[in-house]
Design a protein around this ligand. Sequence first.
Ligand code: HEM
Length: 485
Amino acid sequence: MDINTTTLTLLLTILLLPIPTYLIYTRLLHPLYLSPLRRIPLLSPPLSHPVPLPAIHAAHAHHGPIVRLTPTTLSLSSLSAARTIYITRGGFPKPRWWVDQFITYGVANMVSMSGGARDKAHAERKRSHGAVYAKSFLFGPGAAGVERIAGRVLARVRGVLDEVVKREDGGGKMDVYCFNGAASAEFAIGYIYGDGFGGGGKGETDFVGDKGRREEYYGNHGRWLKGEEGAAEAEKWMEGFGTMLREGTERGVEDGRSEGGVVFRQLRSKGIRDDDLSSELLDHFVASAEATRTTLTYLEWEVSKRPSLRERLTEELRSLSRREDTDVPDFKQLDALPLLDAILTETLRVYTPTPGPQHRITPPEGAMLEGYFIPGGVEVSVSLSVLHKNPEVFTRPDVWDPDRWLVDDEEKIAEMRNWFWAFSKGSRICIGKDFALIVLKFIIDAIYSRYETEIVEDDNMQQEDRFLAGPVSEKLVLKFKHLRR
Ligand code: HEM
């Protein structure tokens, strides 16, 4: 060995030695002997972040209510841990890497704020929405506006479905995934931005009637949410779309053509303007356009497999009183229908639109979880579908069975409701929960009070493993047939 080779070997050893040392320390010594979390079972073999949802389910089935998914991140599955993490004293904040993914226009909106007991900005932003999404408003002072939007949107939904049924070539067949999104998106546009949109005129949205328009929107929406190739351009497109809606609404208000949507007016009254306003409103719109289409699509899929359940649902829907001019049902009655509510709740339980980990970080003073002291700054989460598939609470948890919500046992129903977290709970509870539920019920009524549905194509209907989890195929083809009145 000459001097050059020796020097080179020495140099390489000095340079490369830290790598195995680092790996041995972080993968072996620290997690096994030094970490304050070392007594908590560690997923084996260790997977890297993010851990697939099926592996999280399996880890809890094997190790119980607390498990280390990676040496430094914890998953929990008990109701008491969920309450500590998300509810008690405002819950824990979200980690920075997580909220940063939801920033649009370079400004933090409600979703992209950390939250938790110390984040006054999040609490303030949530308060600035006032009561506009609360059930007491939607069913009280806001009811006339909701009914007006329902009359317009549902007439279009029925119009498109009637066309589909009549069409000789298609024989009643339609891919409903995108269409479902369009129907709920139109409700959201009306409520958030106002009646000036969705009329089908120039510059308006008409997602229900205009297939090209909704496909253009959902193409960008999907690429952006999934972070796929082209995500940066898609984000720009989405921001342009949000600005177009916000500025169009402002112009409509200025020249007296529109009074602006309920949410737009509320946020403007709190001084929220420009990109800040665009960002907040766009976020609500995206939430409406995504989570509701997942729910509607799985609901239609399950109902289409069960003709006798569909008959029960139709009978229930046909018992409603309706407005003669618009056919919109009385929505207090609609909201109180037991079978409809059971079918919707069961769909949200089994096919939770956000089934995976709801990431949080322990506060600086640390916290007790499942009998362990967890120091501050540790990433913890509960996966909503892990709560929803607890076999001790939900018998045969993977089976979609709406009748489980109709048993004559108040205690059992209360227990299941406690474990039902589709909209999360605590300070980060979905602000659009009651709006989403009534919109979904309106659309289900527009379909199943008039049509029966049959499955034509349902390949790859399993949920994607991502935060907003629709069907892998992004497609469900149904055949619609008119029911006799
Ligand atoms: C089936 C429909 C829906 C489901 C299952 C759903 C579910 C959720 C969940 C689980 C969260 C908590 C997320 C987290 O903590 O990171 C959330 C938050 C949120 N949702 Fe929804 N959502 C739905 C529809 C809607 C609609 C229609 C809107 C608006 C009109 C909306 C607006 C929001 C907003 C703004 C937040 C953030 C709240 C906060 O940061 O405090 N969602 N939603």
